[in-house]
Ligand binder design. Structure first.
Ligand code: 13P
Length: 337
């Protein structure tokens, strides 16, 4: 692999102690949903103002190593006429990009989905590299139900994830491999454990089959947690123990870092669980950095503070700064709740 050492260096930089990743790569329908929640129209200008507010938050670079962008943002100018990607680079924040094209119904399955976006991916990756992007993300979605996930769904998504990852490395871009087992449902934590274990086992099998360099990638999984509507949801310490136990079974030590998604957990829940995972890892030992790549976990509070109103800019930036700092602390097991 031409870019082997470069990839490993970028991957390690993204999971440096005290820092993690901001996922600001919401697709147009998703950012629309987020803006609907604060009663703001999703226009090109509003999306720019919102994301610029995040990227220009003074001091956030102390806790944010990289930002995942959406295609629109990677070419977008800020209100000052500077490319937004340049604003990140100037602070030493590493720009990344979401390259999947979202999920579609999986043919032959009842209600499951497969992530699309492989067609033309090689060309898109070359262009992103020229634009200064250093890493990429692809999200596969696995849902837990009475009869799901099927092995067919897990395998189809794992194959696509590996296809994406090897193409990304070929273009000199670090892939963030994201197989998300959804939080939706009333299942208990042990069911999440077994589905996550099975999914990750299949993903790493495909990654090895397709020649992905483990040192030059990051894994972005769900935490092992109870379903959102389960009764007696497991507490943070149990989440920490089960998550580390599960990952140790299936994630090779050559992978430099694991960056958890927040996955619709409550504001405190996501940070308490990330903190507990790191405390357990510190006590038991773990071969990888255990960091974050949060979308909602970092953005829900500043979005509410911003409300689409320029006069709220300073307040929203303060809220985002505090949130990034708290997440950075949890990433090292140093959160006091
Ligand atoms: P959440 O942290 O909101 O789950 O988003 C992370 C992400 O990038 C999903 O692809």
């Amino acid at each position: 692999m031409v870019y082997g050492n470069e990839l490993a260096g970028i991957a390690r930089e993204l999971v440096v102690k005290g820092k993690g990743i901001l996922a600001a790569d919401e697709s147009s329908p998703t950012i629309q949903k987020r803006f609907d929640s604060i009663g703001v129209e999703s226009t090109l200008e509003n999306r720019r103002d919102y994301r610029e507010m995040l990227f220009k938050t003074q001091g956030s670079k102390d806790f944010i190593s990289g930002v995942i962008l959406y295609d629109e943002t990677v070419r977008q100018l800020g209100s000052d006429g500077e490319l937004l990607i340049r604003t990140l680079q100037n602070q030493g924040v590493i720009p990344g990009i979401k390259v999947d094209k979202s999920t579609r119904p999986l043919a032959g399955s009842d209600g499951e989905v497969v992530t699309e976006g492989l067609d033309g991916l090689r060309q898109r990756l070359t262009e992103y590299r020229e634009l200064g992007v250093k890493f990429t993300k692809w999200r596969a979605v696995i849902s837990i139900g009475d009869c799901t996930p099927t092995m067919y769904c897990i395998r189809t998504n794992a194959q696509a994830l590996a296809r994406y990852a090897v193409l990304s490395q070929e273009a000199g871009l670090v892939p963030i491999v994201e197989p998300e087992v959804l939080i939706d449902g009333d299942h208990d934590i042990d069911r999440c454990f077994s589905v996550t274990e099975l999914t990750l086992r299949e993903v790493f099998y495909e990654l090895s089959l397709q020649g992905v360099i483990l040192e030059g990638m990051l894994l972005k999984p769900n935490m092992v947690i109870s379903g959102k509507s389960a009764v007696n949801r497991a507490i943070a310490r149990v989440v920490g123990e089960k998550t580390i136990t599960c990952l140790k079974r299936v994630v090779p030590a050559a992978v430099p870092g694991i960056v958890f998604l927040s996955g619709g957990q409550g504001d405190d829940e996501a940070l308490d669980n990330l903190n507990a995972i790191n405390l357990v890892a510190n006590a038991m030992g773990a071969p990888w950095e255990l960091s974050f790549s949060f979308g909602r976990g970092l953005q829900t509070l500043p979005l509410k503070a911003w409300k689409g109103d320029a006069s709220n800019l300073a307040v929203a930036q303060r809220v985002y700064y505090d949130r990034a700092k708290a997440t950075g602390l949890a990433r090292d097991g140093g959160r006091h709740s």
